[in-house]
Design a protein around this ligand. Structure first.
Ligand SMILES: Cc1cc2nc3c(=O)[nH]c(=O)nc-3n(C[C@H](O)[C@H](O)[C@H](O)COP(=O)(O)OP(=O)(O)OC[C@H]3O[C@@H](n4cnc5c(N)ncnc54)[C@H](O)[C@@H]3O)c2cc1C
Length: 304
């Protein structure tokens, strides 16, 4: 049976862009499908810092460069919102909102999205006081009171960064402690304008003229409520894997992350996964490079 492609890569974030390049360079015909603009989370990084190979450039510029290189190599890139993946044994079918495409291998690179607080007016307040990343928006909070929600490294680093420009930073953690290395706790303590509330949750987002103007907080330990008057709130409570199109394959854990072996292969033969959609310890650009190298090598060396 003649298949449409050797490999279909789903998602054109860093993982999909790199993997498709590697595969095509090793003579696997590759279709790269993306439902939004290419680059994924790279588009939210205003300046790539600390990556010597890349130099100083914006994440979206890097994405553009990677897509150009992939297409020059021969990768077929097109729009496609993948709804389902069918495992038909020897071959697979990828179902988008527009077509059904066949291939030998599928490489899942759908990434992740920020986890929301789940409060009523949260979506309406997006970029009107509620943010899920720093993308230059933090400058707006110069000399103002802001909140950061979360207990992770991302939240603590965010609080340290905001402390340099905001008047006061309130770090709101739902847990009894921060889940970060001791050196970061120490660094946080040196910031006099940062206060930390533990065992605390946000009950309500208060708004005025469609902009955030405060948070109604509840301290679970003391069972006390208070209003925190902040104009900005950065939410760093984790990320959700974009694995909906793979759920019917039964290759995810209870949180929706895709489980892979040391070759980045799922329990279904010839279905691989890379990047933030995968269950792993460290969600860094560096680990994505490694995922892509490992998965593409496994595909290229396979004989059947
Ligand atoms: C503001 C910000 C700053 C960051 N800074 C750093 C940093 O300094 N260092 C670091 O190591 N990491 C950083 N990261 C994290 C890093 O950018 C991510 O780990 C990485 O970009 C994830 O790449 P990915 O390809 O796995 O997923 P993503 O970038 O999430 O891309 C997945 C792509 O798949 C597409 N997709 C999803 N579902 C489907 C579907 N059903 N059909 C078709 N397409 C689909 C999405 O639209 C998206 O384009 C940062 C992230 C952000 C947001």
């Amino acid at each position: 049976m003649k298949l449409d492609f050797d490999v279909i890569v789903i998602g054109a974030g860093l993982g999909g862009l790199l993997a498709s390049f590697y595969l095509e360079a090793r003579e696997k015909s590759c279709l790269l499908l993306e439902k939004e603009i290419p680059g994924g989370q790279l588009n939210e990084i205003s300046l790539m810092e600390g990556y010597p190979i890349v130099g100083e450039m914006s994440g979206s510029h890097l994405a553009e460069e990677l897509l150009n290189q992939a297409q020059e190599m021969g990768v077929c890139y097109r729009y496609g919102d993948v709804k389902e993946i069918r495992n038909l044994g020897d071959y697979k079918e990828v179902v988008t909102s527009q077509e059904v495409i066949s291939c030998k291998y599928v490489l899942l690179a759908m990434g992740s999205r920020p986890m929301l607080l789940g409060l009523d007016n949260e979506k309406q307040l997006l970029d009107r006081g509620i943010h899920y990343a720093f993308d230059g928006n933090e400058a707006f909070y110069m000399n103002k009171e802001v909140a950061i929600v979360g207990n992770s490294e991302e939240a603590v680093l965010g609080a340290i960064r905001l402390a340099n420009l905001a008047k006061e930073v309130h770090l709101i953690a739902s847990t009894e402690d921060l889940m970060v290395a001791p050196y970061l706790k120490k660094r946080l303590k040196t910031k006099e304008n940062v206060s930390v509330s533990y065992c605390t949750e946000i009950r309500q987002l208060l708004e005025e003229e469609s902009h955030l103007m405060g948070l109604r907080l509840v301290n679970r330990r003391a069972n006390e409520e208070k209003i925190l008057p902040v104009e900005g709130c950065f939410v760093f409570i984790g990320r959700v894997p974009n694995s909906e199109c793979a759920l019917s394959l039964g290759i995810t854990d209870e949180e929706g992350s895709i489980l892979v072996d040391t070759h980045n292969e799922t329990k279904i033969r010839n279905i691989f996964a890379v990047g933030d959609v995968v269950k792993k310890e460290d969600y860094q650009l560096e680990t994505i490079l490694s995922d892509c190298a490992v998965a593409s090598r496994a595909i290229v060396y396979r004989n059947n």
